[in-house]
Ligand binder design. Structure first.
Ligand SMILES: Nc1ncnc2c1ncn2[C@@H]1O[C@H](COP(=O)(O)OP(=O)(O)O)[C@@H](O)[C@H]1O
Ligand SMILES: N[C@@H](CCC(=O)OP(=O)(O)O)C(=O)O
Length: 374
């Protein structure tokens, strides 16, 4: 496939998720950069006019809230960040809404937490909301619900959130916008660093040196979280274009800008993708060798009989790691029992548990549908 043919996947995309980072939306002095927002909105509206459905994932709430609160830089404490996000998210949406209004486009705000897409009932709900918004011609603008997320359940970076949203809405393409015009083989400030126009497999990037966030101090993850996002999306069958926010119009019309990451894998259930890549495990279940084989090779549910140890303080429904005797996680799943209930059940067969404790205890410790191999 030559470079031009590669970009045909971009122009063929009918549903696109575009993610823009804080560093591309804010001025050097802090606050939202109106010029950048106008340029971004114009490019998104042009794509919509070509019949493309667009979902925007926008960071910038914390950055936009700094100057109204008299802060000159991103605070380190979670509560202060949440306060800044609370102030800034309204300003950010107001800016988008008024820009989109010039084009007669209606914006819809969608604030997501990790729970919204790990819990079965929530993620179905999130999918239906997006589908309805798109059907109504609304441009959804997504951010993490920073003000309510706690440090344990926070995403922290919107790159992975964007990849998971792309999968959730069944997008054909993910466009990651930053202040740098693509992936370089080393931090772009390093002399001689060269842009990589195409990446066929993220496993080929051993030679690439990846640094942290840019100099402005408002971005969070740097290139690392963008590569993680690219891994999630491409592994689920969605190609990714990474480029500078200033080049969004070219990226969307299929010009050869930035870095194109080719899709490598196929679609998987969104919730499982989320479980593998986005959740913080609340504990670990240690298994005997037979149970490891059952879970990893036969894709069976995990039963109490094969669990030998329980670590952590979790509740039914929480994500937990599933490890072999060496403690190395082999899978992650949503557990069906509280940590406190499990010690009495370990090593016992389902039939025995049902006889002694009642039918409610016959259930799997982790059901195979709620389990993903790592
Ligand atoms: N190999 C690399 N290629 C490109 N950029 C890199 C690389 N390593 C580190 N970076 C840095 O990552 C920064 C982008 O991340 P970040 O500041 O978090 O952006 P955003 O706010 O857009 O999410 C760039 O400004 C760049 O300095
Ligand atoms: N939800 C946070 C954004 C966190 C984040 O990922 O920021 P960035 O690295 O700029 O994309 C906010 O709106 O400030």
């Amino acid at each position: 496939m030559n470079a031009q043919q590669s970009r045909a996947q971009v122009t063929a995309a009918r549903r696109v998720v575009v993610k823009v980072g804080s560093s591309s939306l804010t001025t050097a002095g802090g606050g939202i950069d109106p010029v950048q927002v106008t340029a971004l909105v114009d490019a998104l509206v042009s794509a919509r006019r070509r019949g493309v459905e667009v979902v925007l994932v926008s960071s910038g709430a914390i950055a936009a809230g700094l100057s109204p609160l008299g802060l000159s830089r991103r605070p380190s404490g979670l509560a202060a960040q949440q306060a800044a996000a609370s102030v800034g998210q309204g300003l950010l949406i107001h800016r988008y809404t008024s820009e989109l209004d010039r084009h007669g486009v209606v914006a819809g705000q969608v604030l997501l937490t990790v729970d919204d897409v790990t819990r079965r009932s929530h993620y179905r709900n999130a999918y239906q909301t997006f589908a309805k918004l798109l059907e109504l011609g609304v441009l959804p603008i997504v951010n993490e619900n920073d003000t309510v997320a706690t440090s344990e359940i926070r995403f922290g970076d919107n790159d992975r959130l964007a990849a998971l949203v792309a999968h959730l809405v069944h997008a054909d393409l993910l466009v990651l916008l930053s202040d740098v015009d693509g992936l370089y083989d080393g931090p772009p400030s390093t002399p001689g660093a060269a842009l990589l126009p195409e990446v066929h497999s993220l496993d080929d990037l051993a030679h690439v040196k990846v640094g942290g966030a840019g100099s402005a101090g408002v971005g969070t993850g740097g290139m690392q979280t963008k590569l993680e996002a690219a891994r999630i999306a491409t592994g689920a069958g969605i190609p990714v274009v990474l480029t500078a926010a200033a080049r969004v119009a070219e990226a969307l019309d299929g010009s050869e800008v930035g870095t194109l990451f080719h899709a490598t894998g196929r679609r998987r259930p969104t919730r499982l993708l989320w479980l593998a890549h986005a959740t913080e495990p609340m504990g670990t279940l240690v298994l005997d060798a037979g149970a490891v084989a059952a879970v990893t090779q036969r894709r069976a549910s995990l039963l109490a009989a094969g669990v030998t140890g329980v670590e952590g303080d979790f509740h039914a429904g929480d994500p937990v790691d599933i490890a072999g005797a060496d403690g190395v996680p082999v899978a992650r799943g949503l557990v069906n029992f509280d940590a406190a209930e499990l010690p009495d059940l370990l090593g016992r067969s389902s039939g025995e548990l049902k006889r002694e404790l009642g039918a409610a205890y016959e259930r799997e410790v982790v059901h195979r549908d709620d389990l993903v191999l790592l």
